[in-house]
Design a protein around this ligand. Structure first.
Ligand code: GDP
Ligand code: ZN
Length: 315
């Protein structure tokens, strides 16, 4: 039977079968997935094939195959630096919740998040929350950011989780899909999820501004079915970005608006810095691209090694 992993305890996996039933499953034999050294063979979101085994009083499953992953997010394992722990896989949409004030979400944080998501093939929707509280200035800024990011191709939604405004637009985009919600602590993730599905109390990912090494909270991801044909992966304990190195040449490829101009740069390995005849710099000078995006790009290039690191992977 085909199924999807909803929860993992290490040795047992809770798998929802095609028949809609949940089964406790074990793994048979060794699972080796190409190109990744992970401490766990299977993660929440994995599509698997399993066989049912009925003993005296229980029916359990034996997983013997995993389907290729569309994408996956990881965290570094505590002791083994080369190994990662796969938190979740096959995420259709990442909703990044941002607020202009209370707390401030910086463009540098948004851009770093988007680069990571781009690099590893996870579609991101920006959700501007707390629109009920914004001053005129904050509202101007919100609309400006919305303009910038929608120009690049990121869908932007404006909501008030507290007043339940804009919630249907989010729900519509979740139908038939697996979603995750991220954003700084205090942006309203819990409130929003509660507005989407009252009664479902998730802890959600607390992705903070700073890479917080050493803070390795145990992560128990879990998938939840909602009442309107949608699923959420809850990942309490995700604290920061970690793990993968990105070559400097690669970074620009994950800024879609820079990538689109790359072919017009004189040098095909142009880093869009001091090189002559750089199409990105030219477009910036004509105000066709956002300087805030360029600033984030340079920050990532110049940043410490940490800034190249990310915790989202793709096969
Ligand atoms: P989380 O840490 O991201 O889960 O954030 P919470 O959902 O706990 O929300 C943090 C605070 O912001 C709480 O006091 C919420 O009541 C408040 N909050 C959340 N959404 C909104 C909103 O749309 N408008 C206003 N005014 N407050 C909100
Ligand atoms: Zn260039």
């Amino acid at each position: 039977m085909k199924g999807t992993v909803y929860k993992s305890t290490g040795s047992w996996y809770l798998v929802k079968g095609e028949d809609g039933q949940f089964y406790n499953c074990r793994i048979k034999g060794k699972f080796r997935i190409k190109g990744i050294k992970s401490t766990n063979p299977l993660a929440v979101g994995d599509h698997v094939i399993f066989e049912l085994e009925t003993t005296n009083d229980a029916t359990t499953g034996v997983i013997h195959e995993i389907a290729p992953r569309m994408n996956y997010i990881v965290r570094k394992s505590v002791n083994l630096s080369k190994q990662v722990h796969i938190i979740a896989s096959n995420i259709d949409t990442m909703f990044l919740i941002v607020t202009i004030d209370n707390p401030v979400t910086t463009t540098s944080f948004i851009d770093r998040f988007l680069v990571t998501a781009e690099a590893y093939g996870i579609k991101t929707v920006l959700v501007f929350n707390k629109i009920d509280t914004y001053s005129e200035d904050a509202l101007d800024e919100q609309l400006y950011l919305q303009y910038i990011y929608s120009q690049i191709g990121y869908e932007c939604l404006r909501v008030s989780a507290l007043e339940s405004k804009g919630i249907d637009a989010i729900k519509e985009r979740m139908i038939g899909k697996v979603s995750m919600f991220s954003g700084h602590s205090g942006v309203g993730k819990s409130t929003l999820i509660n507005a989407i599905e009252p009664g479902l109390n998730l802890k959600t990912a607390q992705i903070s501004e700073q890479h917080q090494q050493g803070q390795h909270t145990t992560t128990f991801a879990e998938m939840f079915d909602l009442t309107f044909d949608a699923a959420i992966i809850d990942t309490p304990g995700i604290r920061g970005f970690g793990v993968v190195d990105m070559a400097p040449q690669e970074v620009g490829d994950y800024f879609p608006e820079f990538f689109a101009l790359k072919d017009q740069c004189k040098f095909n390995n142009c880093l869009h810095r001091e090189e002559p005849h750089c199409a990105v710099k030219d477009a910036l000078d004509r105000d066709e691209l956002a300087w805030s995006r360029y600033k984030s790009y340079i920050q990532i290039l110049d940043g410490e090694e940490e800034h190249y690191r990310t915790d989202i992977y793709k096969d």
